[in-house]
Design a binder for this molecule. Structure first.
Ligand code: NAP
Length: 248
């Protein structure tokens, strides 16, 4: 049984895993958050906030805090921290696993357009609709800033910073959202096309069902690949098995 588990967090699964581990006697669990959200929700166990200073900084942290298992439970699009986790854990000989929830797949009736990046989404948009629901997070708006003719509805937890498209309407909200919530939002803003990252998971999937019901096209930014040597599991149960623990 590991004595000290470091979870790289910022996702629902990271929070669930921390709650599970913190309830087990004899395990110390620390969750690391990047500090992007001004008021993160409560997390069980210990929490540290802010970057480590690259792979070397993370390797130092693992050593000085006697971490004996590292779980990268960051978002599928948080590419840099996952690369750093794999490097740092290998350098320090700390067992590590990536919790990567499966991506979304289209179902019958879906009109999805796969693109490899936010820039690819910006390229695809003008042919698909003039009123866009952009649910890709507040940090990627620069990729759409040149699309002055399109109207964007942007939803994020904290307000975004420029650059962003000139016609940007902001909806500040924190999920999870129901299909009814999402349908109402798409209708109220007369949205013609939705843009999403392939985040996967249930927490943010309602917008896809709402788009299907309203016959709206969806531009899906596909996720970056995992580092080649990364061991990955799809869910919290997989991490528990990897840690040699039975489900609570
Ligand atoms: P990123 O581009 O992969 O990481 C950039 C830098 O931020 C990393 O090199 C690291 O700095 C720091 N960092 C990232 N995650 C960290 C963590 N959990 N603890 C400590 N430092 C962290 O990451 P990102 O895409 O900006 O995402 C930042 C956080 O937001 C992640 O924790 C992720 O789970 C969460 N999130 C991201 C998205 C998304 O779409 N990207 C969506 C929802 C939630 P140093 O090099 O200084 O260590």
């Amino acid at each position: 049984m590991p004595a000290h588990v470091l979870i790289l967090g910022g996702t629902t699964e990271a929070r669930r895993l921390a709650a599970d581990l913190a309830a087990r006697p004899g395990i110390r669990v620390t969750t690391s958050l990047a500090g992007r959200v001004a008021r993160p929700g409560a997390v069980a166990g210990e929490v540290r906030i802010g970057g480590f200073g690259g792979a070397q900084g993370l390797a130092d942290w693992l050593r000085t805090h006697h971490v004996d298992a590292l779980v990268d439970a960051t978002h599928p699009f948080a590419e840099d921290i996952t690369a750093n986790a794999v490097l740092a854990a290998a350098a320090g000989g700390v067992p590590t696993v990536v919790l990567r929830r499966p991506g979304w797949r289209p179902g019958p009736g879906d009109r999805w357009y796969d693109v490899p990046s936010l820039a690819g989404a910006a390229e695809a948009l003008p042919g698909l609709g003039r009123r866009v629901f952009l649910s890709t997070g507040r940090l990627g708006l620069a990729a759409f800033a040149h699309l002055a003719d399109l109207h964007f509805v942007v939803r994020s937890v904290d307000p975004p910073e420029p650059p962003m498209p000139p016609q940007t309407e902001l909806v500040l909200a924190r999920g999870p959202f129901t299909v009814a919530d999402e349908t109402q939002l798409l209708r109220a803003h007369r949205v013609g096309v939705l843009v999403t990252k392939d985040s996967g998971g249930e927490a943010t999937a309602a917008k896809l069902t709402a788009a299907r019901n309203l016959h709206l096209p969806v531009v899906v930014v596909r996720r970056p690949p995992l580092p080649p040597d990364a061991a990955a599991v799809p869910d919290v149960a997989g991490v528990l098995r990897w840690l040699g623990l039975s489900p609570a």
